[in-house]
Design a protein around this ligand. Structure first.
Ligand code: FE2
Length: 263
């Protein structure tokens, strides 16, 4: 499996507090059957050259250490970009802005409790720059829980969705799990990410999540979610977006879903 969303860079964001904790996390990832991770540390509007340098230096130290200690995993660069209006400029101008520094995919997140205005314009500008946004954990945003059709706006603008393993396992509550499962069961998701932050608590849980999902999803789709789509990013291939006709249908489904579950 390949995990496209985690915080394994030490002493950088709210992830691991030491190099040892990072290595402990990577060992857990290997135990889960993960062969590669994208180190998506938090970044926001202003990226100082020193901050980016610090990120890449620590990434290199981790790569050297895993080789030295024979931990069989690969680490690719990336970021979890906090939403801001001119996100396409940040993504273009910084090496860390796009996954694997390939200039194609940006993993982005919103504030959990307030969806900013202007999101659709930003998604549009990203598409003009030929950058595909990947929305991190859509199921966790209160706007999405209250108005599930909001996801339709993301998909309409060519965004891809990444659901958290913890959401599927119910670690963020009943409503978040319901939204996550609904998105997955309607084939609207491209990735399941761990969003791991530490060796304990929020850690890598892709294996148990995949095991749980075996009973709910088609085998091929599950393989895409936990590996194939991420591999295509590494290979610099374009992923197929959700088609508009399907999302229009999805929009109606979302409304029915909301009524059905009383969210
Ligand atoms: Fe994250």
């Amino acid at each position: 499996m390949i995990d496209i969303h985690n915080h394994i860079i030490y002493e950088f964001d709210d992830g691991p507090k030491s190099l040892n904790e990072s290595l402990e996390m990577l060992r857990i990832a290997v135990d889960q059957g993960i062969k590669a991770v994208f180190a998506t540390s938090h970044f926001s509007e202003v990226i100082h050259p020193e901050q980016e340098k610090d990120y890449f230096e620590k990434l290199q130290i981790l790569r050297d250490k895993i080789q030295e200690k024979s931990i069989p995993i690969e680490i690719f660069s990336g970021s979890e970009m906090f939403y801001h209006h001119y996100l396409e400029k940040t993504a273009k101008q910084s090496k860390v802005g796009t996954l694997c520094a390939l200039g194609q995919y940006v993993l982005m997140e919103f504030p959990l409790y307030l969806m900013p205005s202007g999101v659709e314009e930003t998604l549009f500008r990203l598409s003009v720059e030929d950058i595909t946004p990947i929305i991190a954990h859509p199921e966790r945003y209160s706007t999405v829980i209250d108005h599930p059709a909001k996801v339709y706006d993301f998909l309409k603008h060519g965004a891809l969705l990444q659901v958290n393993a913890g959401s599927v396992l119910g670690k963020f509550g009943r409503k978040v799990k319901k939204v996550a499962m609904w998105l997955l069961e309607n084939n609207l998701v491209h990735f399941i990410g761990s969003d791991a932050h530490s060796p304990k608590g929020r850690t890598f849980e892709l294996a148990n999540t995949a095991e749980y999902l075996k009973n709910h999803l088609d085998e091929n789709y599950l393989a895409e979610l936990v590996e194939k789509n991420a591999q295509n990013i590494i290979d610099n291939k374009r992923l197929e977006k959700i088609q508009l006709e399907e999302t229009e249908e999805a929009s109606n489904l979302f409304l029915r879903f909301k009524r059905k579950l009383g969210l």
